[in-house]
Design a protein around this ligand. Structure first.
Ligand SMILES: [Mn+2]
Length: 355
């Protein structure tokens, strides 16, 4: 049912484009498969229970402040907004990193390797446990290095459940550096290379990663800063990657819909990783890695609304919020609003909020 909505929605968008007289070069007729029914087997309980877990890691970036992220989401009312939508929300507090004493504390190239490894082990364990339980987890970061842990944990859970894991990466960056290719040494640029099982990461878990993400089940959206080695890896692995030009030319809904259909057709679990820098820094300034030309307010909400309509999302990362760089909580509130959209709020149901 949800997927029919998605297809209807996209077909409808196509009509709107046609009415506005856009050239068919960029807006070809939509030919989406309309699935007869949702293939989700998630229980009713799962749809109504959410767990919030703070992951105050900031060692993956070159800049301090993400440690305050979970507190900012709480201050901005994430829990209350989700409760207002009818969810039963449990705030589990903040996770802590494992000691990871087997990992070198100082590496000449990789910054805070032991701390990042400790967070990865801890969050992988928490994520696997949460994924097997009745609640849908939201990880409140913290920088994007937290996704080394959440991706590992959700990949492990997916293997146990016997369903494929799909990942939607909403980010200006592709985060596909290996420990060898990284120039900055900031490990928040590495989670996708780690999760896809590229070589050189064994030190993180103290063993090879047991459950990998299939690069074919990954979609990157919003790209505008990709290092040359990352570009090569994305190409070699055949990852679906849409940059801002593709969004400008094609429209974000038409890029996202086929990925959601593939996930639904495969009965996949969908992990969404939302980086603040996906959004244009003019409206989301609280991030250490601003890149001009990000998605607009409406494009970001549209993605969230489509995700809600799809009924596919089973876990969510909120990453890279640096409250130290925010403008009176504006970015934290926007991230909370986007999360509320993902869980069913329509922005037209709300009083207009001016900035
Ligand atoms: Mn990122």
């Amino acid at each position: 049912m949800a997927l029919s909505n998605l297809a209807d929605f996209t077909a409808h968008s196509g009509q709107c484009y046609a009415q506005h007289g856009h050239s068919s070069k960029f807006f070809p007729p939509v030919q989406l498969t309309i699935l007869s029914q949702s293939t989700s087997t998630w229980t009713e309980d799962h749809l109504h229970q959410i767990a919030l877990l703070g992951a105050p890691i900031e060692e993956g970036t070159g800049r301090r402040g993400c440690v305050m992220g979970p507190a900012a989401y709480r201050t901005a009312g994430l829990r209350e907004e989700l409760e207002a939508l009818g969810f039963d929300v449990a705030d589990l507090g903040d996770a802590q990193p494992d000691p990871a004493l087997d990992v070198p504390e100082h590496d000449p190239k990789l910054k805070h390797l032991r701390k990042v490894a400790g967070w990865t082990r801890s969050l992988a364990r928490h994520a696997e446990t949460l994924a097997m339980g009745p609640q849908l987890p939201i990880y409140m970061g913290g920088d994007h290095a937290l996704a080394l842990g959440t991706l590992a944990g959700h990949a492990a859970a997916a293997a146990r459940i016997g369903r494929p894991l799909f990942v939607l990466w909403l980010d200006a960056h592709s985060d596909f550096n290996t420990f060898e290719s990284t120039v900055s040494g900031n490990l928040h640029g590495t989670p996708l290379a780690f999760a896809c099982g590229l070589p050189g990461f064994d030190v993180v878990m103290g063993e090879p990663l047991r459950h990998r993400l299939d690069p074919a089940n990954l979609c990157l959206l919003g790209l505008r800063s990709v290092d040359p080695p990352e570009r090569q890896m994305i190409k070699d692995l055949g990852v679906t990657a849409h940059d801002m030009r593709a969004i400008d030319e094609t429209g974000i809904a038409r890029l996202l819909a086929p990925f959601l259909e593939r996930c639904a057709a495969a009965n996949g679990l969908l992990h969404v990783s939302l980086d603040v820098d996906f959004i244009d820094p003019d409206i989301a300034p609280a991030v250490g890695t601003t890149v001009p030309g990000g998605v607009t307010f409406r494009e970001a909400h549209l993605v969230m609304e489509m995700l809600h309509d799809s009924g596919l999302v089973t876990s969510l990362d909120l990453v890279e919020l640096n409250p130290f760089l925010d403008d009176r909580g504006r970015t934290a509130r926007l991230m909370v609003d986007l999360t509320a959209s993902l869980f069913g709020r329509r922005i037209m149901d709300r009083p207009t909020r001016s900035f």
